[in-house]
Design a binder for this molecule. Structure first.
Ligand code: ARG
Length: 286
């Protein structure tokens, strides 16, 4: 069996306590607060869309004082029945980890804590495409953390340095959509990173800057369905042309925190694009 879950299963956290209470990325400004009622409607729109696509949505309890807990992608990296818990770089988010740990453990997943001193922001920065782990580092996660996690999993890791503050997590600028296909925004990577992506992803779909700024790369994939924020028509046309079914749902209140569809979700059963290596089967290599 591939995992504990037998259909697409996604962790979300309702935005009861969501807001812009601090500034830890360039999208966030306390001068530009979120409208919580509108955020709740937008979050429900995503919830309904994913449910209609057949996903089983599991909910985490929102907590006052942890406005970014809604971004469940950052709870950890799930691989089989293990979750590598995040170690947030910014103190403002560190209070989330004990709650994430408790949630996973009470839902049948085992949790792994990274050694002290390694920064790691879970599925925000670590994404499987096939059996390879693509790992964003520098802004939030450290390259050493990514090597450690990949070493534990026993998979190949492609480290990708993130070079633009606006694309501070890998999932803001890169999105595997099947085992051989991924979206990416070239401007978020240096030449080396762009070459590494081209060498390891057979079908790379570039996203224009205007659509990258709408968080086009922060897509949720369920089967052949690709759900993004509004305002990504070129990407949607390209996806339709390639046989995917794109759809949009407005998540603008979450852009104010630097997040969108993918950040609001954590796939518990394995992403469509991911082929989790069998434990110990894949040679450890870089
Ligand atoms: N305000 C949050 C932060 O800066 C947004 C996190 C978005 N999550 C993501 N997976 N990109 O940490």
């Amino acid at each position: 069996m591939r995992s504990l879950f037998n259909r697409p299963t996604i962790l979300m956290c309702p935005p009861e306590h969501y807001g812009i209470e601090y500034e830890i990325n360039p999208w966030m400004s306390r001068q530009r607060p979120a409208d919580r009622e509108l955020a709740k409607r937008q979050w429900h729109g995503l919830y309904e869309r994913l449910t209609s696509l057949g996903a089983d949505i599991r909910l985490q309890e929102p907590v006052a004082g942890l406005p970014d807990l809604v971004f469940t992608a950052n709870a950890g990296l799930v691989c089989r029945d293990l979750v590598y818990l995040s170690r947030f770089r910014h103190a403002a988010r560190q209070g989330e980890t004990p709650l994430d740990d408790a949630w996973f453990q009470s839902h049948g997943l085992k949790t792994v804590t990274l050694p002290e001193g390694l920064d790691f922001e879970g599925a925000g920065d670590a994404l499987f495409c096939g059996e390879t782990l693509f790992a964003g580092y520098h802004i939030r996660s450290s390259a050493r953390a990514m090597q450690w996690v990949a070493g534990e999993i026993g998979c190949r890791v492609i480290p990708l340095q993130l070079v633009s503050g606006y694309y501070y997590h890998l999932d803001t600028c890169f999105c595997p959509i099947d085992r051989e296909t991924a979206l990416y925004f070239p401007g978020a990577f240096d030449d080396y990173g762009q070459r590494a992506l081209a060498a390891h992803v057979p079908n790379l779909i570039p996203v224009e800057q205007t659509e990258a700024e709408r968080f086009a790369c922060n897509a949720v994939v369920v089967g052949k369905n690709v759900v993004t924020n509004t305002g990504c028509p070129q990407l949607h046309a390209e996806l339709a042309h390639r046989g995917f079914t794109p759809s949009e749902t407005c998540l603008d209140e979450f852009l104010k925190a630097g997040g969108s569809a993918k950040c609001l979700t954590l796939r518990l059963d394995g992403e469509e694009a991911a082929v989790w290596p069998e434990a110990g089967r894949i040679a450890k290599s870089a």
